[in-house]
Design a protein around this ligand. Structure first.
Ligand SMILES: Cc1cc2nc3c(=O)[nH]c(=O)nc-3n(C[C@H](O)[C@H](O)[C@H](O)COP(=O)(O)OP(=O)(O)OC[C@H]3O[C@@H](n4cnc5c(N)ncnc54)[C@H](O)[C@@H]3O)c2cc1C
Ligand code: FES
Length: 267
């Protein structure tokens, strides 16, 4: 983890209430891995006091261009929407662990990474899809939202095979229903769902559904948890989740944010 300053190159609304913030990481900054996050101090004033966590949505080593996709929610993200080209970001980065590579099945076949993204979980899944495909994997990206207006133009963010689900069926050509139901429909028509390895980031209810789906089929499943954070560096216990472990709790910022789905005590 490093304390760095990064220059904003753009900050634009890409869907209703969703923004993409692009910036250049200095040469001395460590490269972020898919699943890792940063925290940003959005103001020099005392309010809001706490840094806010956001997952990396892309990273390009040669140009050192990085990005996050964030939803405008409260005071900090409202301030962040005002950042513009040339502004300096005060960051702690990179934080947390990262998504593991897909493994192999019992008969030695390479597993197919299946990425489920919902809402603010889009960013880390776009980066994971981009990274896996760059390294020769064949990811499937499944993106879910309540409505089409909450989705960016996906082809601008991912060139991998993608299925899109909206609760209200408003995305043309997409699936009407939730993203796990869309995956179920895709898998029913696919020849090799037994090779899937799931990666999920989004609302907890969606990640639990992804874990249930994977568990029923005996597939590996990784989830990226999003808890409200205090310090974001492992010191305050403000971000714990209940886990199946003697310690009972794990810190999302330090041991996570990525965990095996079966390690989380879902509520
Ligand atoms: C590891 C990690 C990665 C994250 N990545 C992203 C990302 O890529 N894009 C993105 O838009 N957001 C992401 N978040 C959530 C983001 O940090 C919060 O949305 C942000 O801190 C809200 O700040 P605010 O001051 O605008 O809103 P606040 O006033 O702090 O909160 C506004 C509303 O959002 C809820 N909220 C705040 N923080 C969280 C949280 N962590 N999870 C769920 N609900 C929350 C609050 O309960 C409240 O209802 C991530 C969080 C974590 C822990
Ligand atoms: S936010 Fe302080 S320990 Fe995780």
């Amino acid at each position: 983890m490093q304390h760095i300053r990064a220059n904003v190159i753009s900050n634009r609304e890409i869907a209703d209430g969703y923004y993409e913030l692009e910036f250049i990481l200095p040469d001395t900054a460590q490269a972020p891995l898919p699943g890792q996050f940063l925290t940003v101090r959005v103001t020099d004033a005392n309010v809001p006091l706490l840094r806010r966590p956001f997952a990396f949505s892309s990273w390009d080593e040669p140009t050192r261009r990085a990005a996050i996709i964030y939803q405008k929610r409260g005071s900090a993200t409202a301030i962040l929407t005002g950042a513009g080209e040339g502004d300096e970001l005060d960051l702690l980065s990179p934080l947390g662990n990262s998504f593991p590579d897909p493994g192999v099945t019992d008969d030695g076949s390479q597993r197919r990474p299946v990425l489920l993204a919902g809402g603010i979980g889009m960013g880390p899944m776009f980066y994971l899809a981009e990274d896996l495909s760059r390294r020769g994997h064949r990811p499937l990206l499944a993106v879910g939202a309540r409505s089409a207006s909450l989705l960016p133009e996906i082809s601008g963010y991912s060139s991998v095979e993608t299925i899109i689900a909206t609760d209200d069926g408003s995305y043309p050509g997409g699936y009407a229903g939730n993203v796990v139901a869309a995956l179920e429909a895709f898998a029913a028509a696919d020849g090799s769902p037994g090779t899937y390895e799931l990666y999920a980031c989004g609302p907890e209810v969606m990640m639990k559904a992804a874990w249930d789906w994977a568990q029923m089929r005996d597939l590996p499943c990784w989830v990226s948890m999003e808890q409200t954070m205090g310090c974001a560096v492992g010191a305050c216990m403000g971000c714990v989740v209940q886990v199946h472990d003697d310690r009972q709790y794990a810190r999302v910022c330090a041991e996570g944010p990525v965990f095996p789905g079966g390690y989380i005590k879902w509520h």
